[in-house]
Design a binder for this molecule. Structure first.
Ligand code: HEM
Length: 228
């Protein structure tokens, strides 16, 4: 217990927690992307996947609870860490390093807050389906084909350029957040060296760009009429 308390109280302990919850969230982002890309396999494919998830409520809820714990843990620990660092920061860095560190932290906070507001909208949009009356029909198995026609719901949702634009902007900021976050994980765990730091930065950027292209491809394909 004492050890846990010491771990939580230390700045490095909090950094580890932010990194570990971040890795779990990245795992979800990649898994969710793999699921979403089944849109390109056609309605039957993505709808069968959604049905599989909905028929496995235990699995779904274990995943949801894990996600909620990691999401809240990631945000809460970050807030505590920023406050702790602010309180403890003497004029330790040179002015330019201090400015750089502050800019990086600020960009992480802003991109993180945008991702948070995106996730809230996204849940209202596709999970609770309260933003578009047509989605309620889909959820209730009304006029629009089967009970869980996720394919049709996503196509209808992204036919609005405003909604698609908001998704594109949000996944761009998510990718920016991930690019910085992934390289920070390496630094937190002491896995980078002076030699590898540039490569770590490049690979983090590559992963983030691939994630952006993957998520962006769906609204883009709907707007271009490839998915309809
Ligand atoms: C083009 C981009 C995306 C599409 C098409 C998409 C699609 C969907 C759909 C259709 C659902 C509801 C599934 C169902 O109830 O059957 C869903 C749920 C969800 N999505 Fe996304 N998503 C996208 C991007 C994202 C991103 C970038 C994140 C995270 C940062 C995210 C996080 C979530 C979460 C947390 C849920 C709730 C999962 C649950 O039911 O517990 N999504 N998404």
């Amino acid at each position: 217990m004492n050890l846990l308390f010491k771990f939580w109280n230390s700045s490095i302990g909090k950094k580890w927690l932010v990194a570990l919850t971040g890795i779990a969230l990245l795992g979800f982002v990649i898994g969710h992307l793999a699921g979403n890309l089944q849109m390109f396999g056609g309605a039957d494919k993505i709808n069968a996947y959604a049905e599989f998830l909905h028929n496995n409520q235990k699995l779904l809820w274990v995943m949801r609870l894990g996600l909620i714990v990691c999401f809240i843990g990631h945000i809460f620990t970050t807030i505590c860490l920023v406050r702790q660092n602010r309180a403890a920061r003497p004029e330790r860095y040179s002015i330019s390093r201090n400015v750089q560190a502050k800019a990086a932290t600020r960009s992480m906070i802003y991109s993180g807050l945008t991702v948070l507001s995106f996730v809230i909208f996204h849940l209202l949009h596709y999970t609770f389906r309260v933003t578009d009356p047509r989605f309620k029909l889909i959820a209730e198995g009304g006029k629009l084909t089967s009970v869980n026609d996720v394919f049709q719901m996503v196509v209808l949702g992204f036919q609005s350029p405003v909604i698609s634009g908001f998704y594109l902007l949000s996944v761009a900021l998510l990718s920016l957040h991930l690019s910085h976050g992934i390289s920070s994980v390496f630094i937190t765990f002491g896995l980078e060296s002076k030699k590898s730091i540039v490569q770590v930065g490049r690979y983090s950027m590559l992963i983030a760009v691939l994630i952006f292209l993957g998520y962006a491809s769906i609204p883009a394909a709907v707007l271009l009429g490839v998915l309809k």
